[in-house]
Design a protein around this ligand. Structure first.
Ligand code: COI
Length: 358
């Protein structure tokens, strides 16, 4: 049985200080957080309480050996003001897949979903009204044993906190296809939403920035030949009117936005291919004019278009004026999230008043 969730509300809300028309991504946090602990056997002490700093022992295992995983999800408001979640069960499943790969305990899906729902209901006034903005939900699971030595922790804490956000990338971005550094190898942890994956990407991203690019376009670890993802999002190409994206082969994140984009594209009659995509194919398609769009898809990024890819000292420019598929997909996914477009996929979970739901 799941532990009951105790709720302590803040009496010091900072909501009135927020300008929803100008929200920097990841810097403004809502009033509450959810916590639940794992003691080696069961999840216990579930509570929602005012957001505050946590006291952590210096020997905390997550800090030393990296057992830390997270999710990124979004809540929006439908046109009638009802808060709604987007594919929350998929996020629960992906969190548990990450947990299993990192030797961490899975959380009962029902407990995770109840916690998310309770948090979003409580923070509903923090959901920005504008379409394309959202309440970003960050579930985070960390090891909490106070112990020095490489072994899985026995104790863990799952924390959920939320933040109103606008676009992660407000402008089209540039990518450097990276042949020296790698993000993930076959058999590694590239598919897990593990904190360490992001830490390992920082130095190559810094190098790419120094060369004038916003992000790295990762290539496979074996041959530096096949495109993987961007790290902050999955990658899509439109070549000869086909929507093409790398297969999820264990090295890339199984993006929930990626999956949604593929379904929307198919429903619009687009031809979609999930397969190996070599950087040579991308470059050749650019050269013969058949590469018309490159864009990334992720929960934070939604759909972010690419204006330039650098590879082996040459820049391949993409004319944003020619983009048709990416804007259509973005419009559709944002429209589904806001209730403006009918959700024929069953992805949106409105959080109706509890009395009506019962
Ligand atoms: C997300 O898309 O939710 C992520 O976790 C990626 C991160 C760059 C914010």
């Amino acid at each position: 049985m799941n532990p009951p969730i105790k709720v302590t509300k803040t009496n010091d809300s900072s909501l009135s200080t927020i300008d929803f028309n100008n929200i920097p991504f990841g810097k403004v946090f809502s009033d509450h957080m959810f916590l639940v602990r794992f003691d080696g056997e069961k999840w216990h002490n579930a509570e929602i309480r005012p957001l505050e700093k946590l006291q952590v022992h210096p020997g905390n295992l997550a800090w030393h050996y990296g057992q830390a995983i997270f999710e990124g999800m979004k809540a929006t408001k439908l046109h009638d003001g009802t808060p709604a979640l987007f594919r929350p069960e998929m996020h629960a499943k992906r969190l548990n897949a990450s947990a299993s790969r990192m030797c961490m305990p899975e959380i009962p899906e029902s407990l995770f979903l109840e916690a998310i729902e309770k948090m979003v209901r409580l923070e509903a006034d923090w959901i920005p009204p504008a379409e394309g903005s959202a309440l970003y939900i960050r579930p985070l699971m960390i090891a909490t044993d106070e112990f020095i030595g490489v072994r899985p922790s026995k104790d863990y804490t799952l924390i959920i906190f939320t933040m109103p956000v606008g676009p992660y990338y407000p402008k089209p971005i540039s990518l450097l296809a990276e042949e020296h550094f790698i993000r993930a190898a076959y058999g590694g942890v590239g598919e897990a939403k593990a904190a360490g994956n992001y830490a390992a990407s920082l130095y190559p991203a810094k190098m790419a920035k120094e060369k004038g690019y916003d992000q790295v376009l990762w290539l496979d670890a074996r041959e530096a030949k096949y495109v993987q993802e961007v790290g902050t999002m999955n990658i899509f190409f439109v070549i000869r009117d086909k929507l093409i994206t790398p297969i999820t082969d264990g090295t890339i994140l199984k993006g929930i936005t990626r999956d949604s984009i593929i379904s929307i594209a198919k429903s619009k009659g687009l031809f979609v291919e999930e397969r190996l995509v070599s950087i040579d194919e991308v470059v050749n398609a650019h050269e013969d004019g058949s590469l018309t769009e490159v864009f990334g898809a992720g929960t934070a990024a939604v759909i972010s278009t690419v204006e330039r890819i650098g590879f082996r000292g040459k820049d391949y420019l993409l004319n944003q004026d020619n983009y048709k598929v990416a804007p259509m997909l973005k419009e559709t996914i944002n429209g589904i999230r806001s209730g403006r477009i009918e959700d024929t996929f069953g992805w949106v979970k409105p959080l109706l008043p509890e009395a009506i739901q019962a």
